[in-house]
Design a protein around this ligand. Structure first.
Ligand SMILES: NC(=O)C1=CN([C@@H]2O[C@H](COP(=O)(O)OP(=O)(O)OC[C@H]3O[C@@H](n4cnc5c(N)ncnc54)[C@H](O)[C@@H]3O)[C@@H](O)[C@H]2O)[C@@H](O)CC1
Length: 481
């Protein structure tokens, strides 16, 4: 599991760790790791460092000494020369760095304006330099976080901020490096995730503020699904998922939701809908059982018609866990008596909360968390970095997938898959986050670097699940710029 921590927790951990170390040791570790991460800058090239007034700038100045030793030339732009880290500046100048007024032609840039001490937003020369990066596009690495973002809120409070090609962070990830829209400014090139330099904080860090499932977390499956630990299983021990999806207008949603459910962990899929749709679903997927009956979880809403409200009421009356998607989200009860996973996209969450879609997109973390609290349920907010928020649990962000996954019907597959995980024993938080992880990974495996259909994602899911279980998943994200 990849973990991010809140700024206050990082600071407390740094204090605790620093207390047992020689003065300046943490910054030395950070600077060494930063210099190592800049090994793409060839000897003889000029790297311009944008140096702010705090320890973020100090990291860069000490890193400069290592780079200069290796033959890289370093220009320093000091935001406030009187406030630059004094010992770091002396060391950098002694090693051969030169101070310049402003960045100009340099093809490599280090953003060390502000780190976790940043107030969101940039002004004055810091804003001018961020605009120089945007206009000139040097290869830019941000130190700890890109300057100008809201580190804990993971937002971009103004349009003026540094957009880096990569970020090198220290001790632990920060929310802004994993969660959109801020993570977009940290550089989600192919490597996608900031490079983490271990400075020894681990033992001092509390519970994460945000976490992300990784390809190496296949053990989660065995931990989550008790029947996987049994020597033998049968369909009922694996769980039965009921699907109430599709309508005469959106018949495809029924097929895709069922396809998602059939790829998952449940032992059996039931389908309820009108007679004609049920016949078509069973024709296409003969393993599906049509009609009501005992289930361990319901999926209600994908492609649902006018009867979505009635379907949701019937599902809730069953007293089992429920995935509420698409049209059923318009009929939410005031609170849930059963474990519930709500799966809106930004527009649907905006309707749920009585706000605008762009407000959700600007602050997805805050709104997903607020909705989870409001309904006492798990909220899976779909997007480039899907969030799964549950009261009392660490919010999960999904890092798998590619822009190609934004395709008609992919949400129907996701809802079906999540329902099958729910029926098979996962709680809504695990069901939603594991489903989002597998769904994104399957889309990349189905056609790396190119378009996928929702059907192709569903087809790729069983092998993706097997590879995850066996610890054999390769890289599962494809967010090239
Ligand atoms: N504390 C530690 O033990 C370690 C800290 N490290 C580095 O130190 C950084 C944190 O250093 P600081 O606490 O000094 O904070 P920063 O370096 O982020 O900067 C804080 C300073 O910038 C000013 N400032 C913040 N936002 C501004 C804005 N938007 N416009 C204008 N001025 C602004 C503040 O008034 C303050 O003077 C980390 O991000 C990391 O890079 C690393 O060296 C690892 C160890």
């Amino acid at each position: 599991m990849l973990r991010a921590h809140a700024v206050a927790d990082v600071r407390a951990a740094e204090h605790a760790l620093a207390a047992g170390l020689p003065s300046g040791e943490l910054m030395r570790r950070a600077a060494r790791g930063l210099a190592d991460a800049l090994d793409h800058v060839p000897a003889g090239e000029v790297l311009v460092m944008l140096v702010g007034p705090g320890d973020n700038g100090g990291d860069a100045l000490y890193a400069a000494t290592h780079l200069l030793d290796g033959g890289v030339r370093v220009d320093l732009c000091l935001l406030d020369p009187d406030k630059a880290h004094a010992a770091g500046l002396d060391a950098a100048l002694a090693a051969g760095a030169q101070v310049v007024d402003a960045p100009s032609q340099q093809r490599h840039c280090l953003d060390a304006l502000f780190g976790i001490g940043a107030r969101p937003g940039l002004s004055g020369r810091a804003a001018e330099w961020a605009e120089w990066i945007a206009g000139t596009r040097p290869r830019t690495v941000a130190v700890d976080v890109p300057s100008g973002v809201d580190v804990d809120g993971a937002t971009l409070p103004t349009s003026v901020h540094v957009t880096a090609d990569a970020t090198v962070t220290f001790g632990t990830y920060k929310n802004a490096l994993l969660v959109g829209p801020a993570a977009g400014a940290a550089g989600w090139g192919d490597a996608s995730i900031a490079q983490l330099v271990d400075i020894g904080l681990g033992p001092h860090l509390p519970q994460a503020s945000v976490e992300a499932i990784e390809a190496s977390d296949g053990h989660l499956l065995v931990e989550t699904f008790a029947w996987l630990r049994e020597p033998a299983s049968q369909k009922y021990s694996r769980g039965v998922v009921g699907i109430a999806a599709g309508s005469s207008q959106y018949a495809g949603a029924a097929h895709l939701c069922v396809a998602g459910a059939l790829t998952g962990m449940a032992g059996m899929v039931r389908f309820v809908g009108d007679a004609e749709l049920s016949r078509r679903v069973v024709d296409r997927a003969p393993e599906v059982v049509a009609g009501r009956g005992r289930v361990q979880a319901w999926v209600v809403g994908p492609g649902g018609g006018d009867d979505a409200e009635q379907q949701l009421t019937a599902a809730l009356d069953d007293g089992v866990a429920v995935v509420v998607d698409a049209s059923a989200l318009q009929h939410l009860p005031d609170s849930f008596d059963v474990p519930a996973l709500l799966t809106p996209h930004a527009g649907e969450l905006a309707d749920m909360l009585g706000t605008r879609r762009d407000a959700i997109e600007a602050e997805p973390l805050r709104h997903a968390t607020a909705a989870a609290e409001r309904w006492g349920a798990t909220v899976l907010l779909k997007g480039a970095r899907t969030l799964v928020a549950t009261p009392g649990r660490t919010t999960r962000v999904n890092l798998t997938g590619s822009p190609w996954l934004g395709t008609a019907g992919s949400g129907d597959v996701l809802a079906g898959l999540a329902g099958s995980l729910l029926a098979s024993g996962a709680d809504p938080h695990d069901a939603g986050s594991i489903a989002a992880f597998l769904h994104g990974a399957a889309s990349v495996r189905a056609n790396r670097g190119g378009p996928v259909t929702a059907s192709a994602v569903a087809q790729a899911l069983p092998a993706t699940l097997a590879a995850f279980h066996d610890g054999e998943l390769d890289d599962v994200r494809d967010w090239r710029r």
